[in-house]
Design a protein around this ligand. Structure first.
Ligand code: PMP
Length: 385
């Protein structure tokens, strides 16, 4: 299985992270593990760029993180405004509705995002409790400008929740400065840890809202009431138990956070911009079109239309060349495009290997191209790394 995994998560993981995961499992209340968990919680604040956020790290996938945000903040009848960018926005709407929210969506045409003015118009039109957005919608590769959403939500008396599953640790994100009340994510993408951790960063304002609930949280496992004392205890380097933590994944998380912060967040954001720019330049040089409009394209992944003469058999051809990319996900265009993840600790040479495999696969599928054109375009951008 020596394939290069270039899907939008899980991604390729650093050897040191995988090694940390192979630690002989200690008790979840052993001093060594308590230190690693406590340290990871502290370091998460540095990754989300917040001093006062309350981190939660719970066994589960990104969908659990979405569910925890919804279950703890929503009470039946609450109004929620959702910035609709595709498949994962729709999932967030369904989760919120499950907890009794009335969800209004503000969207744009596929591959685009609604303007801030449109979001503001919707916010002004009714009293919403929450404004939800997907930082990078993995189905379309669209990046939402969440920098302005926190302030906008607060101006209209709403709190903001950002799904950062395909973004956190790669896309520029400044939770405190941007006033985002909850940012949630999962381990397997730009944070560079195998799948299995649901992660949230919750501001005191959002915790206040949770504490003022009139009704109990309708989900036992997701309830902050159960998890908050555990997170606080580990950070205070004390033993505590609610549900057995995924000990080995948390060793891996600790390792990955140290690596990310060793680089520094600014360097991390910039690296993702360059890597993404190189890949996108290569696709353009090969004559391929992208799903998102270029001004709103994510830096953690790309969504690329197949050329007309080629279909999803391209994925098999790419795989034969040792690289795994993902098929389409958005139901409207599922059969017409493919997706490539380029986040986490990805290197320039991995991008070149991917571009090379795509070029070869395109040629084998009957698409006329100048072999090497994508590689040249990518190399030019990668010089900036
Ligand atoms: N939100 C976004 C933006 C995602 O990309 C994903 C996963 N691809 C999810 C939520 C759900 O995460 P998970 O698959 O880990 O449940």
């Amino acid at each position: 299985m020596n394939e290069l995994l270039m899907i939008p998560g899980p991604v390729e993981f650093e050897p040191a992270v995988l090694q940390a995961m192979a630690t002989k499992t200690p008790s979840h209340i052993s001093p060594d593990f308590i230190e690693v968990f406590g340290h990871s919680l502290e370091r998460l604040r540095e990754v989300f760029l917040t001093k006062e956020g309350q981190p939660f790290v719970v066994a589960g996938s990104g969908t659990l993180a979405m569910e925890m945000a919804a279950a703890n903040l929503i009470e039946p009848g609450d109004k929620v405004l959702l910035v609709d960018t595709g498949y994962f926005s729709h999932r967030f709407a369904s989760i919120c509705e499950r907890y009794g929210a009335r969800v209004t969506q503000v969207g744009a045409k596929l591959g685009d995002v609604p303007s801030l003015q449109e979001v503001e118009r919707s916010l002004a039109g009714a009293k919403y409790k929450l404004l939800l957005a997907t930082h990078v919608d993995t189905s379309t590769g669209v990046l939402v400008d969440v920098a302005s959403l926190g302030g906008l939500a607060h101006r209209y008396g709403a709190l903001s929740v950002v799904d950062g599953v395909c973004a956190t640790g790669g896309e520029e994100f400044r939770q405190e400065e941007w006033g985002i009340d909850i940012c949630l994510t999962a381990s397997q993408k730009a944070l560079g840890v195998p799948p299995g951790l649901a992660i949230l960063m919750v501001t005191p304002l959002a915790l206040d809202l949770f504490r003022k609930r009139r009704t109990p949280v309708g989900n036992y496992y997701a309830d902050f009431t159960n998890w908050l004392p555990i997170m606080e205890a580990y950070e205070a380097r004390k033993a505590s138990y609610f549900g057995t933590p995924p000990v080995n994944l948390i060793y891996a998380l600790g390792e990955s956070l140290d690596e990310i912060l060793g680089q520094g967040m600014e360097a991390r954001f910039q690296r993702h911009r360059i890597i993404s720019g190189a890949f996108k330049a290569a696709m353009t040089a090969l004559g391929l079109k992208q799903v998102p409009a270029l001004e709103v394209a994510a830096h953690t992944m790309s969504a690329i239309y197949y050329p007309e003469e080629v279909g999803k058999e391209l994925l098999g051809e790419i795989r034969e060349r040792g690289v795994v990319v993902a098929g389409g996900l958005h139901p409207q265009i599922k059969e017409r495009y493919f997706r490539v993840g380029h986040m986490g600790g990805i290197s320039g040479s991995q991008i070149l290997a991917t571009v090379g495999a795509i070029e070869g696969a395109l040629q084998a599928s009957g698409y006329r191209l100048e072999l090497g054109a994508g590689l040249v375009a990518a190399q030019k951008v990668l010089k900036g790394l």
